[in-house]
Design a binder for this molecule. Structure first.
Ligand code: PMP
Length: 362
């Protein structure tokens, strides 16, 4: 018997149960391979089909145009903090910082290499908001970098924030890729660590407009050069085979069982509203971190009247089988991560707990 909790982990996060069951069922013998997916060559016909389907499913779900390349890398989203400027920063790049990941990103290689600067930083107000428009911010730059969802603060750009033209938009979409439809054609490059909405840790998805490959300077080390992954279809060396296999199953689940990204977005909206409605209706007992226009649908962050009560909240929720609700160690408070695979039922249970906790507190 399995005894699974309601998992609100910020990442690696919950995976769809039917996907885990399928992994379990196929673990000893991948169909047609006579061995586990963990034991077969990345050059085997069975894995060829896996990586092809994973890419095809992503293209299908996100409507990725044929002029874009889909790459599977390792090194986490954090390696992209370095790879993006190594490949695309020729003279100048701009970083819009709406939270801790964007700040870390902008201060990683991008800024150390020179030429990169922060064009917006919401740090003074504690990262509660996103800019209302990005128009004009990228003028004259090689690219403009944004983080579509800030996982720690729970601040997300609303749908359709992408400028229609101008220099390439580069986006760290680690914690909201595949949670809603996006206009891929408005991006130069999108990247995401898989471990929130797409699969297990160890895999980074990169979606890149092909013409940008032409500007990559000479001298970028082979494993850090996007062209290596394009030329070898992400099989220059051994890719994270298992993670790509799970991505294939997760994207299949999104398409066949959820019904695509419009349907997923609707579910995610419903889940987020359940919690924000309770926060808004609590007469200030729960205080949401993000301003209404920048509220994340993925990471719902809020405070209670004091820290002792927050500790109590986390402990009592865990007693009821709802785990990983403590906010990031750098900001404290409560964070409920409600990624794609967290069912509405789990969020309803949390909402009911929030109501009961509030009314039981004198
Ligand atoms: N960017 C964002 C928005 C994230 O949420 C995270 C991880 N939580 C990272 C980057 C870093 O990802 P990784 O651990 O895969 O390097």
């Amino acid at each position: 018997m399995v005894d699974r909790v309601w998992n609100f982990s910020p990442g690696p996060g919950a995976l769809p149960l039917p996907v885990l069951e399928r992994v379990r069922d196929e673990l000893l013998e991948y169909p047609g391979a006579g061995a586990s997916i963990l034991e077969i060559s990345h050059r085997s016909p069975a894995f060829e089909r896996v990586i092809e389907e994973a890419e095809a499913n992503l293209r299908d779900l996100l409507h990725i145009p044929s002029t874009y390349r889909v790459l599977f890398l390792q090194g986490g989203a954090s390696l992209q903090f370095s790879m993006v400027p190594m490949n695309l920063l020729l003279e100048s790049a701009g970083y819009v910082v709406t939270g801790s990941w964007g700040k870390k990103n902008a201060h990683a290689e991008a800024i150390h290499r020179g030429g990169a600067r922060t064009v917006r930083d919401g740090g003074e107000t504690g990262y509660t908001e996103v800019p209302t428009s990005l128009d004009g911010l990228a003028d004259g730059l090689d690219y403009l970098h944004v983080t579509s969802n800030e996982t720690i603060e729970g601040v997300e750009f609303p749908l359709g924030f992408e400028p229609a033209d101008g220099p390439p938009l580069v986006c760290d979409a680690s914690s909201d890729l595949l949670s809603r439809p996006i206009p891929v054609e408005r991006y130069g490059l999108l990247y995401a660590g898989a471990q929130k909405n797409a699969g297990p840790a160890g895999l980074t998805i990169v979606v890149l407009r092909a013409d940008l490959l032409e500007r990559i300077p000479r001298g970028v080390p082979t494993m850090l050069d996007y062209r290596t992954y394009v030329e070898h279809r992400s099989l220059y060396n051994t890719p994270p085979v298992f993670a790509i296999y799970v991505l294939m199953l997760v994207t299949r689940w999104l398409r066949d069982e959820i019904g695509g990204l419009d349907a997923m977005a609707e579910r995610n909206r419903e889940k987020a509203s359940l919690l924000y409605d309770e926060i808004d209706g609590s007469n200030g007992f729960y205080r949401g971190h993000a301003a209404e226009t920048g509220r994340s649908r993925m990471n719902v962050t809020f405070r209670l009247p004091d820290e002792a009560m927050e500790k109590e909240f986390v402990a009592r929720a865990a007693d009821e089988g709802m785990v990983e609700l403590a906010g990031h160690r750098s900001v404290g408070g409560i964070r409920a991560s409600i990624y794609n695979a967290v069912p509405v039922e789990a969020v309803r249970a949390l909402r009911s707990f929030m109501e009961r906790f509030r009314t039981a507190t004198p």
